[in-house]
Design a binder for this molecule. Structure first.
Ligand SMILES: [Zn+2]
Length: 642
């Protein structure tokens, strides 16, 4: 079912795009794409003759009918809400089924990050990668930028001959010319615009199975291939749990430079991951299980709008934990991981505005980036797990398979989910009394919490208790040797310690004793270092400032940098330092990350000047009017969204 999506200025309820033919010339010198997007369309309303697309900071050069090359009239209207961008309205000739838009991106594109050679491992060539979720695809190509619209695509990407292009599709072939290469890609499973992704750079790959390869810069490819060596195994387990085969053909994984803003992004055929997962012990591979899970929940079965983001992320978190429990062949791992997730959710509730604490997010026409948090993931997981506890594990897992089968290649809302669930379990008394409205619409922590099996977290929690005793009762330091502990056990210890010291931070002497024993400040594991930095900031430990600043300026994963910038900014010792470190390094971060940190620190960051787009839109329209389109203009109705 399609809901009106207020985060898009497109009109799929009238005319819907169904296939994209995309030619992109990557210009590293100007840091722009010169491109043509040719769409096939389907008229939902037979009388409709205007196609509306989303754009943001794009320079539209021409719009034409690809059948005869004739120019088509169009208009650009900038929305008053900047994150929504500029609506491109194209007047279509009767019966037209295709339209071609020649355009170029500008340096203000929020989807594309252009890295100078200095920000790559190889230091020889520049690099670019894109990140379109949630509504940034419009700054890369004109499109109906809403998850409710799915399309297939073919792409032709021209890059300098030293470079390799990778995409969220399957490679058809590569052509070589004098000093460029052209990579031809196809995606035959319909996808939403937020899943179109590309990276270009000095990239190489290492195969780990017939359908899986690990891509990265040459210097990191062996390390990355070893870290993610279990991907094929994860994929096979995921197929068993989902009850349907993996439909995307290849499953490749691209390990990006350090400014990649997320842990992973589930781009079809090619998961993007942060190098902060390279712990050298495969201990952070649950992120890969998460991205693989998205091949079913998210990419195949998709939230109708960002208001229902939990259907993507809650399901995927549930699915990821099922995969990891099977890898360990022990269901207690699911609960162990969920305990950590519950702590993350508690932390999130302290930061997020009440408005975005509910499962169904009332985003309206606001920026979905502002609504993004662990709520969709962890409250979503807890909801699904509470349903599983009601009906039993076997019944719920077979319900999951029915759900995937029924909604594959479709999109759905929370109400669609509820209807499907109740229909599936019709007559089952266990589903009576589910507090649907409380779960869906009320802010705050979940209305009911499944009881988690705590046997795997006991040792971690006990150790945390002992360190609190050291701090408060001058007890002797615990002698527990954690060398053999897995990184989730250690992060569980640190989580538990944080929860116990939330109102009374640890003394500096306690922190020092702990670090002398465990060496957390030198940890190569980003999850461990992150938590130790948080604990140190809470204790105003100035001896950790250099470590903290290095950590938040050498990688740009929002999960780590945003809470640390915020905590530093709120601390006595780091208020000015946080602002200073950000301003000195803001170009290092991906535009989405820079925007979010600036907002966390209450700063305004000047954007690259590309206002040329808006002034030209007027002159294009005036030109159209001059060539006799006055009558056409009169029939145009530009409805502004509420
Ligand atoms: Zn996810």
């Amino acid at each position: 079912m399609t809901e009106q999506d207020q985060t898009s200025l497109g009109n799929p309820q009238e005319i819907r795009v169904t296939h994209l033919e995309w030619s992109v010339n990557v210009d590293f010198e100007a840091t722009i794409f010169r491109a043509t997007a040719t769409y096939q369309m389907e008229r939902v309303n037979a009388k409709a003759n205007v196609l509306n697309l989303d754009t943001s900071h794009l320079m539209i050069e021409s719009v034409s009918n690809p059948e005869d090359g004739s120019a088509l009239q169009y208009k650009l209207v900038k929305n008053e809400k900047e994150h929504l961008g500029t609506q491109l309205s194209i007047l279509l000739p009767p019966g037209a089924k295709r339209v071609a838009i020649a355009y170029r991106t500008t340096t203000a594109s929020s989807a594309i990050q252009w890295l100078p050679p200095s920000q790559t491992a190889g230091k020889r060539h520049p690099y670019l990668f894109t990140q379109c979720q949630a509504i940034h695809a419009r700054s890369m190509l004109p499109c109906q930028d809403q998850p409710g619209v799915k399309m297939t695509f073919d792409a032709h990407v021209t890059v300098p001959s030293w470079a390799v292009s990778v995409m969220s599709g399957v490679l058809v072939r590569k052509d070589e010319a004098a000093d460029v290469s052209v990579f031809h890609w196809t995606q035959k499973v319909p996808v939403s615009s937020y899943l179109i992704a590309m990276a270009v750079g000095e990239i190489t790959k290492k195969d780990i199975s017939d359908r899986c390869a690990i891509w990265s810069e040459p210097a990191l490819v062996d390390v990355a291939a070893d870290e993610f060596a279990q991907s094929e195994e994860f994929l096979q387990i995921a197929e068993t749990i989902a009850g349907t085969p993996y439909v995307w053909g290849r499953y490749d994984l691209l390990c990006l430079p350090p400014s990649f803003p997320y842990g992973g992004m589930e781009n079809p055929c090619l998961t993007f991951v942060t190098p902060t997962l390279l712990a050298r012990d495969r201990s952070l591979a649950d992120v890969v299980a998460h991205e693989i899970a998205h091949s079913w929940t998210g990419n195949l079965v998709t939230n109708a709008t960002w208001d229902h983001f939990w259907l993507n992320e809650g399901w995927t978190t549930w699915f990821q934990r099922k995969i990891m429990a099977r890898i360990h062949n022990d269901d207690r791992f699911l609960d162990f991981d969920a305990i950590g997730g519950y702590k993350t959710l508690q932390d999130t509730m302290k930061e997020m505005p009440t408005q975005y604490q509910s499962l169904v997010l009332p985003i309206g026409d606001n920026d979905p980036d502002d609504a993004y948090s662990s709520v969709a993931y962890e409250k979503g997981f807890n909801f699904l797990y509470s349903l599983e506890k009601r009906v039993g594990k076997a019944s719920f897992e077979s319900f999951f398979q029915a759900y995937v089968k029924s909604f594959a290649s479709k999109t759905l809302t929370s109400e669609d989910f509820k209807d499907f669930f109740l229909e599936h379990f019709k007559g089952n008394s266990a589903v009576a009394g589910i507090q649907w409205d409380k779960w869906f619409y009320e802010p705050g922590m979940p209305p009911e919490v499944p009881t988690f099996d705590r046997t795997l977290s006991e040792a971690s929690e006990k150790l945390a208790e002992e360190w609190v005793d050291v701090d408060q009762k001058f007890a002797p330091e615990p002698k527990t040797d954690i060398k053999g502990w897995t990184s989730p056990q250690i992060t569980c210890f640190l989580d538990s310690l944080q929860a116990r010291t939330a109102s009374k931070p640890l003394k500096l002497s306690t922190l020092k004793a702990m670090d002398d024993q465990y060496n957390f400040s030198q940890s190569q594991n980003a999850e461990i270092l992150f938590r130790f930095c948080e604990i140190s900031i809470a204790s105003e430990d100035q001896s950790m400032l250099m470590v903290i600043v290095y950590f938040i300026t050498s990688q740009g994963r929002m999960k780590f940098v945003r809470p640390l910038y915020r905590a530093l900014h709120e601390s006595e010792m780091g208020r000015d330092l946080a602002v200073d470190a950000f301003l000195k390094n803001k170009d290092f971060y991906h535009p989405i990350c820079a925007k979010m940190i600036a907002s966390d620190l209450k700063l305004t960051v000047a954007k690259p000047n590309d206002d040329v787009v808006d002034s030209s839109s007027d002159s294009y329209w005036k030109m159209a009017v001059l060539v006799g389109a006055v009558a056409v203009a009169a029939t145009f109705i530009f409805s502004r969204r509420k």
